[in-house]
Write a protein that binds this ligand. Sequence first.
Ligand code: GLA
Length: 660
Amino acid sequence: MPGHKRPTLGDATRGRILFGGDYNPEQWPEETWHEDVRLMKAAGVNSVTLGVFSWAKLEPAPGAREFGWLDTLMDLMHTADVGVVLATPTASPPPWMGHLHPDTLPVDRDGRTEWWGGRQHFSHSSATYRRYAAAITEDLAARYGDHPALTMWHINNEYCTYDWSEQAAARFRDWLRERYGDLAALNEAWGTAFWSQGYGDWAEIHTPRHAHYMKNPGQVLDFKRFTSDMLLECYTAERDIVRRATPHLPVTTNFMPLWVGQDAWRWAEEEDVVSVDLYPDPRDPLGAQHGALVQDLTRSQARGPWMLMEQAAGPVNWRGVNHPKPHGLNRLWSLQAVARGADAVCYFQWRQSRQGAEKFHSAMVSHAGEEGRTYQEIKRLGADLARISAEVTGSHSAAEIAILHDWHAWWAGDQEGRLSHEVDHPAVLRAWHRALWEAGLATDFAHPEHDLTGYKLVVVPQLYAVTDTAIDNLLAHVHAGGALVAGFLTGVADADDRVRPGGMDARLRELFGIRTLHEWWPLDADERVETDGFRGTLWSEELEQTGDATVEAAYKGAELDGLPAVLRNGRAWYVSTLPEPDAFRTLLARIAADAGARPVLDGLPPGVEAVRRGELLFLLHHGRDPVTVRLPGAHHDLLTGTTFTDEVTLGRYGVAVLRP
Ligand code: GLA
């Protein structure tokens, strides 16, 4: 809407960290609702998300409306001073919809229909689905837009579906017409001269369904772009409806962390509040780092405070083996999210279900009820959040290092015919983030075409396909005095996934001091390559450097003996393998130090993470044995009310939120 000033998360928090979760009261009798309110109040819950999967309850037959139960709940929440994030229920259409309108059901790549009986069985391209979704959204907005409990809109839930149906194929052709204009341009972009794939009529184009052998990578890449765009259309259609009714209220949809199917940079531009669901495995020794990565990425997409829409208070039930969170871990990981910019700490879900597919998934109130450890820890966390809310909400944090990530580069590189299926894009990204995280360095994420001004170091774990604009941006960053470090398989292809002459863009080769990239030498899963400083994994390269570049590490032994593994050309570094973790941490710490980027706090004991948010210094202890951290001067801990002069001791999973 022209002139519309976009609301922010601050309009919903009003100075309180949002604390609560998905609330599915339709699974419970009404007396439980009153018990819920009592427990919510005791735990300091101030926000619930209602209606995420309530479509069949709200619209039991086509066009029917049953709002009475939701009216009661909205009023109940208002009386209790618990804000409502109201969801549109469009992630799980009622059974009647698929039954009456088979065109609302998605089809998989083998042409099999995805039936109702689970969830997310909607075809993003179905006009019928979109019509029903718009109608229920209109009516929710009209009925509850003025309700005093309403604080925010939550559209759908974890948009994540693909669709290879006939209606998707029709929309795909429209999307391609829009992108390419004519078939000649499409044939050129997809390289259809290969294997007799030239298209002579738009009607011949379908979604990339199951094929005998490797599919055309251009077609697959565009199908991924198309899918992200179609889901985004579903989101913006519903968003625009609620926005018209309540322009003053923020709108969000929850991302899955680092989900492959959505160009989340593009999506974030369409959201007032960026929110994410985060479920690190409590048994994963790198669970905290996985959380930190997702939090850094989400904060960067939000360009400020963001919403942790869902996490688990205990076990999930969708891994092979699902472990509970040991005592204190839920609090630690929640405060880690706040440290990294979250102004909302919420859960799936409020009360653990007794029926349905997720009855063994934890909740804030577990099957053990009020006496259960889970709820007791939730109560403690609620009190902690109340203590820090006023000084935390709305504040920003700055990083000196930006890690570049781009979904299109990921999609393009993730093709069937790549040289190594051991190279997994998110795993490479995690390895780079891990090295920086373990070195105590704060990181933002950025899109390769974003303004990089102000970053001392730009880190490119892997940008297989890269646009000319992005290359200009990287060169400009280095020419302006910034440092850059890039990993293997960067700059290989253009935006159409056409390999750039020489196997890497010529300007990038010049930047890194690479004269010739002779061959890529991928490594098997358990294979290592020796260098004179460390051992490399996953990948190695047969490179020849220019005269200006210095070899910072060279391959040792075997075929690549003596050739550069790490190259440096002034402020630009190139790492042609993935060093083992300890060596990688040392290498990136050195590159960062050279670029003038400092760790958040020097001399931290192992397992302790320091994060700055605004004026506050968060110390997070990821281990179980007490540790003592030396402080740069006296600090006041907002959680305990204690002032520490020069050191603080943190117990098992301990946290301090320190104001200088
Ligand atoms: C996702 C969904 C929730 C629930 C949880 C379980 O985050 O949004 O509805 O299924 O997973 O972990």
